[in-house]
Design a protein. Structure first.
Length: 302
């Protein structure tokens, strides 16, 4: 998943390190939702999350049955995880296409991941209710153009905090939605769900995710443009991942112990890679135990 795929909802498309750091909430949400989906919905256990070295994240699914999936089966997994059809609102300012059917994973993660991160991070960090272009972009997702027009008028003439504007938006849209529920046989998509989904749902690079002929960066390689090391990280604490702490080659050279002072193969323990190596080693240990267990079970079958 790459930050560029969120450009239609990023308010300040700044791909410098500070700009990416300010938008990292998109990656945090992505990691938390996909990690839960891959574990709970598909039963995968051995997931290694790796920073791409620039603007995104990679997930290596290393379960044996995942590695043996055909391209067709991999595509089916990706299709399940895809719920939003993204339209670039910068070049094509039109109504975004979002599936009206409530995705089962969305229903499970809405209250615990998507809504809290949207309200506590995305709204404020993307200044969604501080600039007219930004709130009009948000309102274009709701599916109620008359209400969007009235809210735009209210926000332009009244001094309110972003929290107050979001509260007004939710109240107006849910009021209209509840009226529609009473008058229509087939209810429309909840407009608040639609907005939150548009801004938070993971946006996978489909071709890289399922095609077998794509090359992927291995953990600990160096990104050729940023010089950053592609470090593994713990998905359970991904909200604390700080791009400033990711080392480059020059940093590692300055952190290493003088020759002969560290045990062979242990030089990394004096560098910024120590934490990432611990994540990687724990992952490999668990994977190795699982493979030995599978091998033992196979040998007992007649």
């Amino acid at each position: 998943v790459d930050m560029d795929d969120f450009n239609d909802v990023r308010s300040n498309i700044d791909n410098s390190l500070p700009g990416i750091r300010n938008d990292w909430a998109f990656m945090t949400i992505t990691v938390k939702v996909l990690d839960r989906a891959l574990r709970e919905d598909f039963g995968f256990e051995h997931l290694l999350w790796v920073y791409s070295g620039r603007r995104g994240v990679h997930c290596w699914v290393c379960d044996k049955r995942a590695r043996e999936l055909s391209e067709h089966a991999r595509k089916a997994v990706v299709s399940y995880l895809k719920a939003v059809v993204v339209v670039d609102l910068i070049d094509k300012p039109q109504q975004p296409k979002i599936n009206n059917q409530l995705h089962p994973l969305f229903a499970r993660t809405y209250d615990t991941i998507l809504l809290p991160y949207f309200e506590n991070h995305v709204i404020l960090e993307q200044r969604l209710f501080e600039e007219q272009d930004n709130w009009n972009r948000l309102l274009s997702f709701c599916g109620y153009p008359d209400i969007a027009k009235q809210l735009d008028k209210d926000f332009s003439s009244q001094e309110k905090t972003p929290e107050e504007r979001w509260a007004s938006t939710k109240a107006s849209l849910l009021n209209a939605y509840n009226k529609d529920l009473k008058s229509r046989k087939r209810p429309p998509c909840n407009p608040v769900h639609k907005i939150v989904m548009a801004y938070t749902w993971p946006r996978l690079d489909e071709n890289v995710s399922y095609k077998l002929n794509h090359l992927l960066k291995s953990p600990f390689v160096v990104h050729p443009k940023t010089g950053k090391v592609c470090v593994p990280f713990d998905p359970s604490t991904c909200e604390n991942f700080d791009l400033n702490d990711v080392p480059n080659v020059r940093t590692l050279m300055s952190e290493m112990s003088p020759p002969g002072e560290a045990k062979e193969g242990q030089d990394y323990k004096t560098t910024s890679l120590k934490k990432s190596m611990k994540v990687f080693q724990d992952f490999l240990s668990k994977l190795s135990r699982s493979q030995r267990s599978e091998a033992a079970n196979d040998s007992m079958e007649f």
